[in-house]
Ligand binder design. Structure first.
Ligand code: FER
Length: 286
């Protein structure tokens, strides 16, 4: 059974993790086609990458008015996310994985619709293209995307979090791990203005109709606290989800449940994303 819901403490990123690591991964471009259009993503490839083994994959989406370069361009710093990943992998607190940052945007698209519908491109174009080009658990030598769902995570910030709830709703067969950051679900009846209960009901129904359940889905959500524009929207949804422990079993440890959520104090920013990745990723995959 789940523990009583409360806003959680999180482990902050050690300050030295923001600096360059001795053992640095690389960030390289990846191109693929979606609906006849050329799409671009960046890929963080960990230090010591070995094409003879297989890697778990985190797909990580940017927020509104940005693009696939955001996470590795940083906000004024030199690629802080890749520095933090380098340190997490060097210290051994997390197994090395591939981190793919695509974009839901295409020229002229409405960002809200593009984010909400990105699950189709993910499922039908990006995962097949990326995971046949890189050695993942779904690569050509292995047995498919659905059977490797526990080796795949999807997360995103702000509108990227909106896209995360969309992937959750539609791709439970393909993705087992979810990292929504600073953004709520807008697909329930009533959309963005629906109550937290209505959003939680909607997501619970998506789980029930998928045939999946709390034992094979994990959600680790982060939010930037009262100074985060998403806080008043995301908090009621997450609290209502935590009141449904048959599906979203709130826990401090994923041996006890499948749903965890914390508030930090860094608002609607890259820092909140990095803090969420730092806390969530070591708990993912397997
Ligand atoms: C939210 C608050 C803000 C949210 C998205 C935004 C999906 C971002 C809006 C924008 O980029 O214009 O709760 O949830």
């Amino acid at each position: 059974m789940g523990k009583t819901y409360r806003p959680n403490a999180y482990r902050d990123v050690p300050s030295e993790y923001y600096s360059e690591c001795r053992k640095q991964g690389s960030v390289v471009p990846f191109s693929y086609k979606a609906d006849g259009k050329d799409k671009k993503a960046l890929v963080y490839v960990p230090y010591g990458f070995d094409a003879a083994r297989r890697y778990d994959v985190l797909y990580l989406l940017h927020g509104g008015a940005d693009d696939e370069t955001w996470y590795f361009r940083g906000e004024g710093e030199s690629s802080p996310l890749s520095n933090v990943l380098d340190h997490m992998f060097e210290s051994g607190e997390c197994d090395p994985c591939l981190v793919v940052t695509p974009t839901y945007m295409t020229p002229g698209a409405n960002a809200f619709e593009a984010a909400a519908n990105f699950y189709r491109e993910l499922r039908d174009c990006l995962i097949p293209a990326f995971e046949s080009a890189y050695p993942t658990y779904a690569d050509a030598a292995n047995d498919g995307i659905i059977s490797s769902r526990r080796h795949r995570a999807y997360g995103g910030f702000s509108l990227g979090s909106l896209s995360t709830w969309g992937v959750f709703e539609h791709c439970l067969d393909e993705v087992a791990y979810y990292m929504p950051i600073s953004g709520d679900c807008w697909s329930a009846p009533g959309g963005q203005r629906a109550s937290g209960e209505a959003k939680a009901d909607y997501l619970e129904n998506a789980v029930k109709s998928s045939g999946h359940g709390r034992d094979d889905i994990v959600i680790y959500a982060g939010c930037g606290g009262p100074g985060d524009i998403a806080y008043p929207h995301m908090t009621p949804q997450l609290e209502a989800m935590a009141s449904k422990p048959g599906t979203f079993c709130f826990c401090d440890d994923f041996r006890d449940g499948n749903f965890f959520y914390f508030q930090c104090d860094s608002g609607h920013t890259m820092t909140t994303c990095i803090r969420t990745v730092y806390n969530a990723l070591p708990k993912f995959f397997g």
